[in-house]
Design a protein around this ligand. Structure first.
Ligand code: ADP
Ligand code: MG
Length: 701
């Protein structure tokens, strides 16, 4: 069933035509009548409310005032003329300014007349004005209810110059809603609509654009937000179900010698309860006969590597090989070292494969993998190269997953006939709401407890003039045998500048901390692998006390003796990055410190980020704040997920609706996995239409 009205190309709408249609396509991705109708207002203005001129505080936000025109003048030459009308209410005066159509406005304006003035105030030369406001003569009758709430649509400069400002767009949409052929097919079953007391779809569309009352607007918003989130969840629930159905998994039933030996004789500490619980969840999953696809979340330092190792030993007890993939060479090497050390005398063959593995060794490893004599392979992207093949690959562990694209993950899957179990680990805690939308098809385990004896890291915000004090503190720490990281930002766009900044920093640190008492090293991403490794090794072996670095040390690196993390230009880092960096210290039993250096001039957001870091060590709290500050679009991993395309729902503000949508979606898929019982025809059809539409978009862009 197609709806030809909704699919009519937008250029056929009266008032659009080819040129505007082209622009609507280009700027707003609006191709059809239906697309135009899903351009929802991003704001509403209550036309019954007026702001006093003296109370104007904010620029760029639509307001409405009621004021009398007391003075009109044109300024400038004929070519660059502007018209300035001064309007006055009982509290003060404001200028109304026109740069275009001045002649026409001049004719229209009546001096001493009171107007309802609608527009966005701006500050010019220290004075408030409103450019190109909209004027109306106030009515003596109260506005009809249906005209009180006015929708504001997003537009672009180009569209505005073609007459499609928010009013123009509003007019187009109104004409669609008034068209006799306008009909919005229902997308939810009658059962859902009545159970949740939702507005029907047709009324929701009418009221989202032209609310008949504030109550109906609220109902329309709820209905459309629910629908949007529900379909994301329905798709995820179906994918998850499909995966469980299709992907039969290796059944790891045994816990044998490797696990027992390791657990009882080689583990030098007790597992935390969270680690035990998570390992249990993983075991149950890998023994179920379904393929595991699990996300393991745990804050930096919570001990994920150990969980990964136990998981790989379970695979080995069941005669399967595993691989562990890390995002950087440094990290892969570190995993390799930790794991080989933990497994000494356990007769497990662990190999490392990275981009810098020599050809001969690579060949030897590949042969071992095929013969089954290599049990655990650790490495970087090199692991997913085509010629790396296993005899019995049973488990893939991916560390710090946000660094890998979905495509890379998919590639790993194809390696074997029976898809291996997959454990994805991340130390960037993902806010619950985001996890639900992003990874709804993954099962999740959370390590929410730190190993005992950890002291929480003390975090301080220091300004440039405090530097002397900071350096004195570092010296004290070094004299107590501790080690220090000093991190500089290195951001792609300003790479050369940052690199210079880093080297200057390095030089000044050497001057401040001269040999022979001190020894400083440097690592950054532009160095050769060998040099990087050498520097890391020296730091690990305590030959250097200070490591000057870029964010290459952000992920995973483990030097328990390091107790101070100094972050230069802290305002330039994102919250999750700051948290990751801070996680490099506090890994031993000594009190650790994080010092965030910045200048005095900080944006409100940067100030909030730094304050959040000073306030809390809790990765989940930090992730929530990050999501609130930046919105989902900027968070790692969200770009490919489609949640950027949300038109009306907001996964931060609409968490309750999201949960409801999620529960209902899994309930429905649980009872009717293929949506084929007839009862759910509407849902199946709507999903199909959505898929088709996405394909079309793919072809266009
Ligand atoms: P992450 O979760 O950040 O990957 P790691 O696995 O690197 O954390 O663990 C951080 C440190 O804590 C390591 O030195 C590890 O040996 C240690 N560790 C892990 N689990 C425990 C535990 N249960 N008790 C004590 N120390 C632990
Ligand atoms: Mg780790």
């Amino acid at each position: 069933m197609t709806n030809s009205f909704l699919e009519t190309p937008v250029e056929y709408l009266k008032g659009v035509g080819p040129a505007r249609a082209e622009l609507l396509k280009k700027d707003l991705n609006i191709n059809t009548f239906g697309d135009l109708l899903t351009l929802f207002p991003f704001r509403y203005v209550d036309r019954s409310k007026f702001v006093r001129v003296a109370d104007i505080r904010e620029d760029g936000v639509y307001i409405q005032i009621k004021a009398k025109i007391v003075h009109i003048q044109t300024i400038g030459s004929a070519h660059h003329q502007r018209l300035v009308a001064t309007a006055r209410d009982e509290s003060g005066e404001i200028d109304l300014v026109w740069f275009q159509g001045t002649k026409w406005v001049l004719e229209m304006l009546t001096p001493q007349q009171e107007y309802v003035i609608f527009g966005k105030p701006a500050i010019f030369n220290g004075r408030w004005n409103i450019p190109h406001p909209e004027l109306e003569i106030p009515t003596t009758q109260p506005l009809p209810l249906s005209e009180i709430i006015r929708p504001i649509y997003a537009s672009t400069e180009k569209l505005k110059s073609k007459g499609l400002d928010f009013k123009g767009i509003g007019r187009l949409i109104k004409s669609l809603l008034l068209n006799e052929k306008f009909k919005m097919p229902e997308s939810l079953t009658p059962e859902i609509v009545s159970r949740l007391k939702l507005l029907n779809r047709q009324d929701a569309f009418v009221n989202i654009h032209f609310p008949q009352s504030p109550e109906l607007l609220a109902k329309a918003q709820t209905r459309l937000k629910f629908e949007e989130l529900f379909y994301i969840q329905l798709r995820l629930a179906r994918q998850r179900y499909g995966r469980l159905q299709k992907h039969e998994g290796h059944r790891f039933l045994k816990v044998g010698d490797y696990v027992n030996q390791f657990y009882h004789h080689h583990l030098t500490f007790n597992l935390t309860n969270a680690q035990k619980r998570v390992i249990k969840e993983i075991r149950a999953d890998m023994g179920s006969g379904n393929q595991m696809n699990r996300l393991l979340q745990g804050d930096v330092g919570s001990g994920k590597t150990l969980v990964a190792l136990m998981t790989m030993l379970i695979a080995l007890d069941n005669q399967f090989q595993s691989c562990l993939m890390a995002p950087t060479e440094i990290l892969a090497r570190q995993h390799f070292n930790t794991i080989t050390k933990m497994l000494t005398s356990l007769n497990v063959v662990v190999r490392l494969l990275t981009g810098s593995t020599k050809a001969a060794e690579r060949r030897e490893i590949q042969e071992g993998l095929l013969a089954g004599t290599v049990h655990i392979l650790i490495g970087t992207h090199a692991l997913i190269e085509d010629n790396v093949q296993f005899l019995h690959l049973g488990l893939v562990v991916i560390d710090e997953q946000h660094r890998f694209g979905v495509a890379q993950r998919a590639k790993l899957w194809e390696k074997n006939v029976v898809t291996p179990h997959i454990l994805v680990m991340t130390a960037t805690p993902i806010p619950r709401t985001l996890a639900m939308t992003l990874y709804g098809d993954l099962d999740t385990s959370v390590i929410d407890e730190m190993p005992p004896g950890r002291r929480s890291i003390m975090t301080k915000h220091a300004y440039e003039p405090d530097r002397g004090k900071v350096f004195r503190f570092i010296k004290e720490q070094i004299r107590e045998g501790r080690q220090i990281y000093i991190v500089y930002p290195l951001i792609q766009e300003s790479e050369t500048l940052d690199l210079k900044n880093l080297e200057d920093g390095y030089q000044s640190i050497i001057q401040e901390f001269p040999p022979p008492e001190f020894s400083v090293s440097m690592v950054h991403g532009k160095m050769k692998q060998k040099e990087k490794d050498a520097a890391m090794k020296k730091f690990l072996e305590k030959e250097n006390q200070i490591m000057v670095a870029t964010t290459v040390i952000e992920v995973g690196v483990d030097v328990p003796n390091a107790s101070v993390m100094v972050i230069e230009n802290a305002e330039r880092f994102g919250l999750s990055q700051l948290h990751q960096l801070r996680g490099r210290v506090g890994r031993g039993s000594d009190q650790s410190y994080c010092i965030l250096m910045s200048g005095y001039e900080l944006s409100a957001e940067a100030r909030k980020r730094i304050a959040t870091m000073v306030r809390t060590n809790d990765g989940f709290e930090i992730a929530e704040t990050d999501l609130q500050l930046r919105g989902p679009g900027d968070l790692q991993g969200t770009q490919q997920s489609g949640i950027m395309d949300l038109r009306i729902a907001d996964i931060v503000k609409d968490e309750k609706i999201l949960k409801y949508a999620r529960n209902l979606a899994s309930e429905i898929i649980g009872k009717d996995p293929d949506l084929s019982t007839g009862k759910n025809d509407i849902l199946a059809l709507h999903l199909l239409n959505m898929d088709r539409k996405h394909q079309n978009w793919g072809l266009i862009s």
